[in-house]
Design a binder for this molecule. Sequence first.
Ligand code: PRT
Ligand code: ZN
Length: 224
Amino acid sequence: MQTQRLRIAIQKKGRLSKECQNLLKQCGVKFNLVGERLVVHAENMPIDLLLVRDDDIPGLIMDGVVDLGVIGENELEEVGLERSALGEPSEYQKLRRLDFGGCRLSIAIDKDETYSGPQDLQGKRIATTYPQLVKRYMDEQGVTFSPCMLNGSVEVAPRAGLADAICDLVSTGATLEANGLKEVEVILRSKAVLIQRNGEFSAEKQALIERLLTRMQGVIQAKE
Ligand code: PRT
Ligand code: ZN
């Protein structure tokens, strides 16, 4: 179901949404987000914005449902690994790394425990929302572990006796500190990225994407 309008998936509400909307506006895309709309038509360009949970964005791109998306690399890589493990399409093109959404995916343990390297995690149970990325890292290190999958409250898992360690996103480190944890390994450094689905685009869409990218380049450079 190809539409003439360029479809861009962005996070509806969360840490990426404001900056993503600002970036599009600075690129000259005029839109008005009213109420609980899933699809918002841009007023001055053939662009439709799809406002969704960030978790859905990689799949929408990989299934070719939308043309462009803005997503954190952490989420993008996790979903990509999960889909390729399931034999589902996991292809996409990274068009540009953006200047927001910066964070790191890190392993943290009780602040009073000693730590000398990944081998100290051998046989430990690690609570995380990113089981694929943790497994990839631990496989690379040759260390086996048990997963504890949590979609929220990961940082309380050690204190609650659910896990020995956690692997979660960190930006300032305040959350780890408030929970008596210390960061011991960074397994991924992440930023928001603009991605594109694979496959053909009409000449009009291709030209619009290039125009957006050029403007984005200008907006981001002006801030540097
Ligand atoms: O509702 P929806 O599913 O769309 O949103 P979400 O709740 O899944 O995601 P959201 O909005 O919290 O985050 C979206 C994206 O922002 C993430 O996927 C990252 O790419 C990026 N990002 C950047 C962060 C952070 N920084 C961040 N600090 N995402 C989450 N955090 C959380 C972290 O999980 C931990 O709970 O903030 C806490 C740590 O922060 P500090 O400053 O205390 O270290
Ligand atoms: Zn999410």
